[in-house]
Design a protein around this ligand. Sequence first.
Ligand code: SF4
Ligand code: SF4
Length: 193
Amino acid sequence: MTSVETRPPIIIDEPDDSFVEMIKKTGGPNIQNCYQCGTCSGSCPAGARTNYLVRGIIRKALLGLKEQVISAPELWYCTTCYTCQDRCPQDVRPTDVIKAIRNIAVAEGYMLDNHRKTAAKVVEAGHAVPLDKDMWRKLRESVGLEPVPPNASGNPWAIEEIRKITKKSGFDTLIGYEELRKAAEEKAKKKKE
Ligand code: SF4
Ligand code: SF4
């Protein structure tokens, strides 16, 4: 065991003083109202089942621990149920704060793979949950619905428009769409061999 005296200091993160201002501008203007009462975490269904602690994320954000906050997988455990938002006595609007931090995280290259894949579906099929399997179509027909709903999924021109928008807005670059597309192609090729 290393003695406390000789142990080197643990540098957790370099505080970034601009982080709070970024959050305030990105959708969490009231973050500095937080007085750490814990009502948010005590009400949080995601925190009841995981190590996600919304109060802790807000505290770290207020301390400027930007890298630690935006790179943590827990940031994505919030279900955006808004219970904390309803109950916060300081009008911090914790759900909005989490969403603001997520936006900052994505802009800086931190995103869960499954979210990237879901976003890629929007580029490919114009819908985050496309009905690209026969079983969905059959299920819809079995309850008297048309096989494809009247949205972008059934309209190739609409999908083209969506692709133009994702390209022009930089959304495809943000999610690394080309990289995902090539990986999917490789996978399909290997499957055939
Ligand atoms: S409920 Fe509001 S004031 Fe209390 S810890 Fe959570 S965000 Fe901060
Ligand atoms: S919105 Fe997110 S942080 Fe707030 S209670 Fe729901 S799951 Fe927890």
